[in-house]
Ligand binder design. Structure first.
Ligand code: NDP
Length: 457
């Protein structure tokens, strides 16, 4: 590195440090948002140093400020006739490369910090997919657990009554996330259609296949995560075949990550939900998990009644104490901390692939990188879901349906391309092997260049 290079790096470091302090000051108490911004800003230093235009154009200052943050009241009537009130959110983070795009989360933990961290991450992830989609995210602190089908429907209708003013196939296209699956998307779509008086199929993705959904969307995030990790393993002469895998969660992402890992010859020995984890050393029976979670909406501990050889532990974060070759955190943010990372490393983990959004804490990520564990960051590894959502939008606007083979083939190619782009950026910017930096930089430059081209708006 020349003296000039060193000076430029220092200028970039000072700039991102100052900006991060400003973000903390302007968004008090929003810890998840701070965490997501910090990880990105730190890793962008080499890109900023090499292209000072981004600093002059205040691109990062603009990126950390959402274009719009909407909060709204969601009143609904429960089965006993009582009026309930929840808070709804939609963050429209960045529209430089396409309409806002990102899921809706229904979970009691949802607040502005969670929605902003997810929307911020979505900006880089959506860019990485190579599809023309901007970044958004939304949801509510509504807890779907224990609610009847009619209560879910009434909540979704009330939520959409307000949200419908702000979305559309060319402006903002929500999808599912935690607590929002095909059933909720159906109710949301029905209400949107009624309010608009028009069939705008492309306003939501994750729809059921019978009314505009894409084949392969349900599986896309989990399969995509495994395709990405498979690329990363292959580059080191490793594979899923014969490996022992631990996957947290037992929702949409987790179930299809398990399915694809098994198809590639892995033995998946554990999964979880918020009640705890199950460990089945002979290999999880996925049909049982699907029946319990997808069909009967039951808790994961019921698995051991059907398979007594398995054990249940009522602390879901302890799942990482099970020795494995590959760990796939697929439940929620910050579910894998430094202590869990150290245990995985001590037990000889070779690769970690993030199916969930920001499941590893900042310290845990650094522990994996420092110990040469192959690490697939969420923005890259779980981008398959939103990539196939963009394919759903493409099919909706053409009024066509592609076969599952077509969609899965495109997903595989997209995941391969994201892996290559992340590797290339990590090498170009002097952090070879660090896919966290590679993915952030590769996702960033496309959005940044579009913002420069479109002027100060
Ligand atoms: P689901 O609601 O289908 O499943 C979530 C799973 O994680 C459930 O097993 C749930 O357990 C568990 N979980 C959720 N919150 C917590 C918590 N606070 N503590 C412990 N366990 C928890 O959601 P998805 O599978 O769709 O999403 C999982 C992750 O993947 C999220 O981080 C999401 O943002 C991310 N993601 C999802 C995409 C998608 O296409 N669906 C796309 C990209 C990322 P329980 O049932 O007990 O709550």
């Amino acid at each position: 590195m020349t003296q000039v290079d060193k000076e430029q790096v220092q200028v970039a470091k000072d700039y991102v440090e100052k900006l991060f302090n400003k973000v903390v000051e302007k968004n008090p108490g929003e810890e998840e948002f701070h965490q997501a911004v910090k990880e990105v800003l730190d890793s962008l230093v080499p890109a900023i140093a090499k292209n000072p235009t981004y600093m002059k154009q205040a691109i990062l200052d603009r990126m950390v400020e959402p274009e719009r943050l909407l909060t709204f009241r969601v009143p609904w009537v429960d089965d006993k006739g009582n009026i309930q009130v929840n808070r709804g959110f939609r963050v429209q983070f960045n529209s430089a490369i396409g309409p806002y795009k990102g899921g809706l989360r229904f979970h009691p933990s949802v607040n502005a910090s969670i929605i902003k961290f997810l929307g911020f991450e979505q900006m880089f992830k959506n860019s990485l997919t190579g599809q023309p989609i901007g970044a958004g995210k939304g949801g509510s602190d509504f807890d779907p657990k224990g609610k009847s089908d009619l209560e879910i429907m009434r909540f979704c209708q009330s939520f959409m009554t307000e949200l419908s003013r702000h979305i559309g196939p060319n402006t903002d296209v929500p999808a599912g996330d935690i607590g929002v699956g095909a059933r909720e998307i159906g109710y949301l779509f029905g209400q949107y259609k009624k309010l608009r008086g028009a069939y705008e199929a492309g306003v939501l993705t994750g729809k059921a296949v019978g009314y505009g959904g894409s084949l392969g969307r349900k599986e896309a995030t989990g399969y995509g995560t495994v395709y990405f990790v498979d690329e990363m393993l292959k580059a080191q002469g490793l594979s899923f075949n014969g490996s022992t895998v631990v996957v947290s969660g037992s929702g949409n992402v987790s179930i299809y990550a398990m399915e694809k890992a098994m198809e590639l010859g892995a033995k998946v020995v554990a999964c979880s939900d918020s009640s705890g984890y199950i460990h089945d050393p002979n290999g999880i029976n996925l049909d049982t998990v699907k029946q319990l979670k997808e069909v009967e909406s039951k808790r994961i501990y019921e698995y051991v009644d059907i398979h007594p050889e398995a054990t249940f532990v009522d602390e879901f974060s302890k799942i990482w104490s099970i020795p494995c070759d590959i760990a796939l955190p697929c439940a929620t943010q910050n579910e894998l901390n430094k202590e869990a990372a150290d245990t995985l490393i001590a037990n000889g983990v070779k690769a970690v692939g993030e199916g969930a959004n920001m499941p590893s804490t900042y310290d845990a990520v650094n522990a994996f990188l420092a110990n040469n564990v192959l690490f697939a960051p969420a923005k890259a590894a779980n981008a398959g879901g939103v990539a196939v959502s963009a394919l759903e939008m493409a099919q909706n606007s053409q009024r066509l349906s592609w076969t599952v083979e077509e969609v899965d083939g495109k997903l595989k190619e997209i995941m391969k391309d994201i892996y290559q782009a992340s590797v290339q950026a990590s090498e170009e910017y002097g952090t070879p092997g660090n896919l966290v930096a590679g993915a952030n930089i590769a996702g960033f430059t496309k959005v940044a260049d579009a913002m420069v081209a479109q002027g100060v708006i």
